[in-house]
Design a protein around this ligand. Structure first.
Ligand SMILES: Cc1ncc(COP(=O)(O)O)c(C=O)c1O
Length: 421
């Protein structure tokens, strides 16, 4: 397939060449990866960093010999890289773990111990369940009340008026996603953080779905916690938890003896995936390098990341607009969430559809047979699919990433037209 950089802001073929997976052919056709929201593809530099660690530096941390010291240094470097990605100046606020879900459960148990009967927490139906159930269970254990915020079924935007109305002196936590992993809606994060802080509540952000698409900025948002996962932003399977230093220091963490009770170790349990963390650092630097290549090769990491994400957003928006326009011409396909190509600023390029003529499961399966890899179901955003009465068949999620091309979107639209006739 020809990949032109036609009206896009960068050399897409040079980007695609860095991802070995994009060479895969299925049933005689190049594979189109639209499964990124469940795990993005990985550039060669990340694969190299993982294998370099295992081949040459593999050791546990804290020892008095070279490979262990190099492992310590690697964790420090990776924390620096992730701090730049999140927008904090304090790398010791960054903790690694297995995945977002596990880290969120650890934090929810610790925070829940500080809540009591009559306290209130706020979660949303637009969220992945990993940003709902950990808080609901912690609230149950503490006897706290849970408020569930809905969304507009027409355009998939969060009902922020209801959220603000539910905030009060007993609100302890607002747990909200930066972007919906099922409908793609981007939430007004800064505004939500400000409103929550006015009543003295803390804010936990799930940035898992947002991270590959837009630059995170914990300082500008003013949130208290954030979690994300590197396997969604071109890295390996490693989870990341961030919190404001003072809160992380003051809060009690469940720890083994002898407890490593100071940052950055405090919120990490057990031995980490060091090879994965080597890959996380490489993934952040892959992104920074994208920015440097399109702008200035000497840009510091955060500025380079800023440029990279501006380019990523511009490229994704071109593809997303074309996809939404193309889908609107298919009579049997319905787009759930923001379908208006004029509202790209309010969404990331994750477009979920159903077909009138074929189930979501069947549609995903037929796409898969034709080399178009996309997920179907509820993607653990159970509150969303239940609210939309889409259980049990769910949606088909077309997850665009910056490595996708216009030609892929055209082939997708053509195939969807054929399958949903
Ligand atoms: C928005 C969102 N939050 C949380 C998760 C869970 O992340 P993890 O697999 O790292 O636990 C996912 C995974 O799909 C997600 O999309």
């Amino acid at each position: 397939m020809e990949h032109t950089s036609h009206d896009l802001i960068w050399d897409l073929s040079a980007i695609r060449a860095q991802f070995p997976a994009l060479q895969r052919v299925h049933a005689g056709q190049p594979v189109i990866y639209l499964d990124g929201p469940a795990g993005s593809q990985v550039p060669q530099v990340v694969i190299d960093a993982v294998s370099d660690y295992l081949a040459h530096r593999n050791a546990n941390v804290g020892g008095l010999f070279a490979t262990s010291q190099e492992s310590d240094a690697l964790l420090d470097d990776a924390r620096n890289a992730v701090a730049a990605l999140l927008g904090t100046n304090d790398p010791n606020e960054v903790a690694f773990g297995s995945n977002m879900t596990t880290l969120t459960f650890a934090l929810s148990r610790a925070l829940g111990r500080t809540w009591s009967a009559g306290d209130e927490i706020i979660v949303t139906r637009l969220d992945h369940d990993a940003n709902v159930t950990p808080w609901v269970l912690a609230a149950r254990d503490a006897g706290a009340t849970v408020h569930m915020i809905g969304f507009d079924p027409e355009d998939g935007t969060l009902n922020t008026d209801d959220l603000y109305a539910k905030l009060g002196p007993r609100t302890r936590l607002v747990a909200v996603g930066c972007a919906s992993n099922s409908l793609g809606t981007v939430n007004p994060i800064g505004e939500i953080c400000r409103a929550a802080h006015e009543v003295g509540a803390q804010v936990f952000l799930d940035a898992v779905h947002y991270a590959p698409h837009r630059l995170m900025d914990v300082a500008a948002w003013g949130s208290d916690f954030l979690a994300c996962s590197a396997y969604k932003f071109f890295g390996p399977h490693v989870g990341i938890l961030w919190g404001k230093r003072q809160i992380l220091e003051e809060l009690d963490a469940y720890k083994l003896r002898p407890p490593k009770d100071t940052l950055p170790d405090k919120w990490m349990t057990g031995t980490q995936s060091h090879e994965g963390i080597a890959g996380v650092r490489a993934a952040v630097d892959y992104l920074a390098e994208l920015g440097r290549r399109t702008n200035d090769s000497n840009l510091p990491r955060r500025s380079a990341l800023n440029t990279a994400f501006q380019c990523i957003a511009a490229h994704e928006n071109v593809l997303c607009r074309r996809l939404l326009e193309g889908l609107s011409a298919l009579p049997n396909i319905r787009v759930w969430g923001l379908a208006d190509p004029a509202r790209l600023e309010d969404r990331v390029p994750t477009v979920s559809i159903t077909s009138q003529s074929i189930s979501s499961r069947e549609l995903a399966s037929r796409l898969g047979e034709r080399g178009i890899f996309a997920w179907h179901g509820n993607f653990y955003a159970l509150g969303t699919t239940e609210s939309l009465n889409l259980e049990p068949d769910g949606l088909v999620r077309l997850g665009i990433m910056h490595y996708n091309s216009r030609e892929e979107i055209e082939r997708l639209l053509h195939t969807l037209a054929e399958l949903s006739r």
